[in-house]
Design a protein around this ligand. Structure first.
Ligand code: FES
Length: 205
């Protein structure tokens, strides 16, 4: 982890890198995607959201200070503006690094009535972590989320770009087993899927 992110308490935002500390990490593909998106919006600031998705993919699922600074640099916006957008939306991972797979547990009303909390407790016990935490091997992060708009499948989990529900303990066991054997990151996969949707949407516009 960058030294920049170790300064201060966990609740403090990292200070942005100075211009001389900026290390650009976007791949050639990412630069091409951002360039394409820039031509499809009337104002460059409209690219901040898809730019952050590109960064979330390129930086392994976590928007640290360097990732936000790179988006700001490439779009000619201020760090504060891009950080403000990134920290406003909960789907951008700005609070801490995440595991290869983020298990999002809906605990909103319908899922709660259908057993979301017992499922959450089961997941916590199986993984040995609480909400907002990542397993020591870096494979799983557990998050509590609001309604995922698929209440007919309650209790519902989201992992990457897939919904799983209704789930029970046996389903969770199978799911964890399957995810452990995967070498790809469903967090990065979700970010890429959203980037591709943005690109297709702008191509059709
Ligand atoms: S309450 Fe869980 S998906 Fe709506």
């Amino acid at each position: 982890m960058s030294e920049l992110l170790q300064i201060g308490s966990p609740n403090e935002r990292p200070r942005p890198p100075r211009p001389d500390e900026l290390k650009l990490r976007f791949s050639e593909k990412a630069v091409r995607e951002l360039d394409a998106l820039k031509t499809h919006y009337p104002e460059i600031k409209a690219c901040v959201l898809p730019g952050l998705w590109i960064a979330q993919r390129e930086y392994g699922g976590y928007l640290n200070g360097e990732a936000i600074a790179e988006v700001a640099h490439r779009l000619g916006r201020s760090y504060a503006e891009v950080e403000g957008v990134a920290t406003f939306y909960s789907m951008y991972n700005t609070a801490h690094a995440v595991g290869r797979h983020m298990i999002e547990v809906c605990t909103c009303l319908t899922c709660q009535v259908c057993g979301a909390y017992p499922i959450a407790e089961y997941l916590k016990k199986k993984l040995g972590i609480g909400f907002g935490e990542t397993t020591a091997d870096g494979v799983f992060t557990l998050h509590e989320v609001e309604c995922l708009n698929a209440c007919d499948r309650a209790p519902l989990l989201q992992i990457g770009d897939q919904y799983h529900g209704p789930v029970d303990e046996a389903y969770v066991d199978r799911l964890l087993q399957e995810l452990r054997t995967r070498t790809d990151s469903t967090v990065v996969g979700l970010a890429d899927a959203i980037v591709q949707v943005h690109l297709q949407a702008t191509e059709k516009a």
